[in-house]
Structure formats: structure tokens, C-alpha cells
Design a protein around this ligand. Structure first.
Ligand code: IMP
Ligand code: MG
Length: 183
């Protein structure tokens, strides 16, 4: 077995369950934005896998942009302050914006990014996340679209990382405690 798989303790959400749920989510989004001018903004780097799959289920005329944010700190918990590292050219005209991220945890990242995008005066701003750790929220913010609600556990795969690794796992999994301690 390869090192990558060896570090995984349990698969929480399988690759096929993810695809099924994204297809359903995309159906809802396509219905809601039918006939509108949509800009999807992916939050780097965690959203890349979800974003890539989601857009291929969306039969809409849409544009894609990316934004980059980081919260200080490392390991499995995020520190308080979120910094926007790569912003946007604030020119949304009459477009609707859909922010896509891997996971909504404390909510600080989504709040900060929403504020940044608001400066560009889009017609509307909504959010879409793959995972929602609702129990961990410290900021009063809810996703408009979400694929899965998960318990308060640190997860990796399908774009989500630990120390930059494991984003390429095709499923959402839990790491072995040793893999976290060895890092
Ligand atoms: P928030 O600002 O606390 O909502 O956290 C947002 C960011 O923390 C996400 O975009 C992820 O990059 C990261 N994050 C939160 N929980 C996890 C997790 O369980 N695994 C990997 N990354 C996570
Ligand atoms: Mg992130």
C-alpha cells in the first residue's frame, strides 16, 4: 500500500457518494441561476477538486475566478485572523456571484471573502461548500448550498489538506493519529 492510503484511518464519504451529491447540488444551482450571468469564485486551494467537478455538472453560461485566503496557524485548527492573499479585480457589473469552498468550519474565511467580494458590488452573493462542520461555527453564517454536513472531525481528501498533503485522495477521509503526530 502506498504511503498516501496508509495514513488514512477511515473513509467518511466515498468518491461515488460525493459525485452523487454534487450532481444533485448542481441541479439545484442550475435551476436557481437559469438565465442569469453567473461568476463562480473558487477559494484556493481547497476548492479546486470540488470546483472542477461541480462546474462540469452545471449547464450554465458561467465564468470562473479564484481568490486566495489563509488563516494564520498550522496543524488541524485555524487561528483567528483570515487574510486575503489574492484578491479580485472589482468589476462584477450585474453578475451574480457564487463562492465555492471546500469546507465551512468556523465561518471566518467565508465571512472575510464575502466582505472582499461585496466591495465589487455584484448583483448577489451566495456560497456553496462541499462540507459543513456546523458544530464548529463561531461566526453567524450559513452556506446557501452544501453537499454534506459532517461532525467536528478533521478530514482530508477531495481538495482538503493537512500540511498541504492529501488533497488528491478521491474521497473524504480521516487521518490516523500517527500521521498527524509525525507531521
Ligand atoms: P473556517 O475559516 O474556520 O471556516 O475554515 C475554513 C478553512 O479551514 C477551510 O477553507 C479549510 O481550508 C480549512 N479547514 C477547516 N476544517 C478543515 C478540515 O477538517 N480539514 C482540512 N481543512 C480544513
Ligand atoms: Mg480553504
Amino acid at each position: 500500500m502506498q504511503q498516501l492510503e496508509r495514513d488514512v484511518d477511515a473513509v467518511l464519504i466515498s468518491a461515488s457518494a460525493i459525485q452523487d451529491e454534487i450532481r444533485e447540488l448542481a441541479g439545484q444551482i442550475a435551476k436557481d441561476y437559469d438565465g442569469r450571468d453567473l461568476t463562480i469564485i473558487g477559494v484556493l486551494s481547497g476548492s479546486i477538486v470540488f470546483l472542477a467537478d461541480l462546474i462540469r455538472f452545471l449547464p450554465l453560461r458561467l465564468r470562473i475566478k479564484v481568490i486566495s485566503a489563509a488563516s494564520y496557524g498550522s496543524g488541524t485548527t485555524s487561528a483567528g485572523e483570515v487574510q486575503v492573499l489574492r484578491g479580485l479585480d472589482f468589476d462584477f457589473g450585474n453578475e451574480d456571484v457564487l463562492i465555492v469552498d471546500d469546507i465551512l468550519d468556523t465561518g471566518r474565511t467565508l465571512k472575510r471573502i464575502t466582505e472582499e467580494i461585496q466591495r465589487g458590488n455584484p448583483r448577489s452573493i451566495r456560497s456553496c461548500v462541499l462540507l459543513d462542520k456546523a458544530a464548529r461555527r463561531v461566526v453567524d453564517i450559513q452556506p446557501d448550498y452544501r453537499a454534506f454536513e459532517i461532525p467536528d472531525e478533521f478530514v482530508v481528501g477531495y481538495g482538503l489538506d493537512f500540511n498541504g498533503y492529501y488533497r488528491n485522495l478521491p474521497y473524504i477521509g480521516k487521518l490516523r493519529q500517527e500521521a498527524i503526530l509525525e507531521a
